[in-house]
Every structure is written in structure tokens, then in C-alpha cells.
Ligand binder design. Sequence first.
Ligand SMILES: [Zn+2]
Length: 174
Amino acid sequence: MLKSDCLSATGIVCYNALGTSDYATNGITTANEIPIKALSKFPNSEYYNIWVVSEIDGNNAGAGVQGYAYYSGAGSDVDGSVILYNSFGYDPTGALGYNLKNYINRNVTTLDELVHAFNLKHTFEGDVNGTTCPPNSTCSTQGDLCLTQKRTIEMMEIVEQRVQLVQDKILQLL
Ligand SMILES: [Zn+2]
């Protein structure tokens, strides 16, 4: 990989964010995400940033939010995906030693976030936490069914192939 300053880089950088805001106690949060991301981001005009973090909103890397992403067009201060370290990777048997949670060990969080980066919403978008059937009249703004379901599956297949390629490259570097 070649950065815009023509210096080569692996595309993987590691930062200790424990001294930034309240990252040590809550991980990345709405309040500290901009300074945390500023520590390590690559220009979003040339790269897609994925921050692998130790905690999101004080969840201690446990259940709940495993990651989040911005739709394309987000500001350069936040654009990209955030994923918990123990939800990032494909290691269903644990043989690779990634220490992933056993219920989310097939890289689905990464796939989910990258699909959002392509501006696709969840198929259950607008269901008010499962209490109502979402409207289904405008595929471009509503996430459920219509053509978006087929498009989502196609996009996920493409993203899955790309993620596997990236992971293969990372393993070659390690
Ligand atoms: Zn999602």
C-alpha cells in the first residue's frame, strides 16, 4: 500500500488511546469519537478507515453494539467503521487464536458495517425495535425488502470476498 505522501505503509497502524478523553473507561463514545479517530485516520478521500477498538460506549467489549459505521458522504472527522476487537475477524473454530466471541466469529460485524458504508440500511430499518412493520414504498430511503434485499445480498457477497482478500494480506504481513 502506498500512502498519498508516497511512503509505503501496511495500512495497519496501532495506537494506544488510553490517554485520550475517557477511552480508558468507556472506549470509543459519541463524545470522544472525533479525537480518538484523529489519532490514526487515513484520508477518507483515499482510504476507508476501520477502527478496531477495545470498547464501545462502556460495553466492556461485551454484548450490545459490536460496531457501527457511517453512510458514505460522512464528514472526514468520523467517516469509516468502528468494530470491537473481539468481533473483528473470521475464526469460527478458534484455531487462529483471534479470541472472538463465539456467537460472532464469522466476521459478520465487519460485513454489516461495510454494507452500511455502501449506503445500505438494515432490512429492518424503521421497525421501531421490532414493534412495527416498516414502510415499504421507497427503496432508496427505506431499508426493507423491495430491490434492496437482493442488492444487499449481492453487496455482502462482494464485500465478503474483499474482506477475505484483505485478511489474507494481513496474515501474510504478520
Ligand atoms: Zn448495521
